[in-house]
Design a protein around this ligand. Sequence first.
Ligand SMILES: C[S@@+](CC[C@H](N)C(=O)[O-])C[C@H]1O[C@@H](n2cnc3c(N)ncnc32)[C@H](O)[C@@H]1O
Length: 329
Amino acid sequence: MKNNPLPRLDENKEVRKELLPHCRLKPGDIWSDPEGRHRVGCLDAANEEHVKKLHEGVSAKLAIHDPPYNLIAFEERQLQEFIDWCEQWVRNSVAQMSDASSLYIWLGADQKNGFQPLPDFMVMMRNIKEVTSRSFITMRNQRGYGTQKNWMAVRQELLYYTKGKSHFEVQYTDIPKILRGYYKEVGGRLTENGERSKSNNIRPGNVWVDIQQVFYRMEENVSGCYAQKPLKCIDRIIKSSSHKGDLVTDYFSHSGATLLSAEYLGRNCFTIDLDPIFCEITIRRLELFRQTGCLGWQNSHPFEDVFSCSRENEEEHKDNLVGIQPTLF
Ligand SMILES: C[S@@+](CC[C@H](N)C(=O)[O-])C[C@H]1O[C@@H](n2cnc3c(N)ncnc32)[C@H](O)[C@@H]1O
């Protein structure tokens, strides 16, 4: 089996040095999709001018942001400094959202450190008067981390806010309804909940248990990306909170998951990453999808044409593959 993984691209200085010359964008640059639908900016989400330059006055119907969580996977800042930084990029995003739009933000809570930064972030969000809190979603990971002395950590948190009267379309899981009951009289007749419901499957609600975490055997796995969100959860957000043709934004692109989902769901996407390597991965992932229909490189990687670190024995090296580690950010 072809097996050509990349190490974590934020950390490995040598690999970064080899890949940077193959990146189209330098800091400050913006790539425009030749098909006129998407933009990728090598920009700073917290910089108001950068965000304005990306949008050029085009407002978004939906924003999905997955910033660094101020946990172990990234450089950890002082809590207040991190929250101030978040407030800047949230304000930049809200300013570019239409009057009827939705905002989703992924964030974590460090159980060894007073659960920072999630509660502090939620309190800060009360200062953003343009948006209203709507839901606090938990997505369950399949793999967790922890010891026998604590509950295994398996959750990822997602905050949902709206600006004005935004669109929302109910979504359903693939999980069939198995419980009967909840009798209610409708038109003089006693009906059972299955008769009244619009679907035979359950709704995800605000606890999502049906989404497979990305791991190295999945086609969508992008080797070298250490914080990838599954396309299925992005699809769910986009389908529930936007229409075809709408603009979706994501200011922390990384593996380009939001842009890819926007592409096949018929939405447009403006996205940003500070790092030219993740901008290049985002563009290459879109190009790969358009050329082949594939969601990722699976056993290879986005720079396979210019860089190789092939390994012959997958079993021997599988623990080094990005994607098999629990998600900690
Ligand atoms: C948690 S990852 C996002 C993962 C993404 N949702 C995915 O599914 O691939 C965060 C990303 O934010 C980028 N980043 C960090 N600081 C940034 C900033 N100030 N502006 C834009 N991007 C930034 C990092 O380079 C990293 O790629």
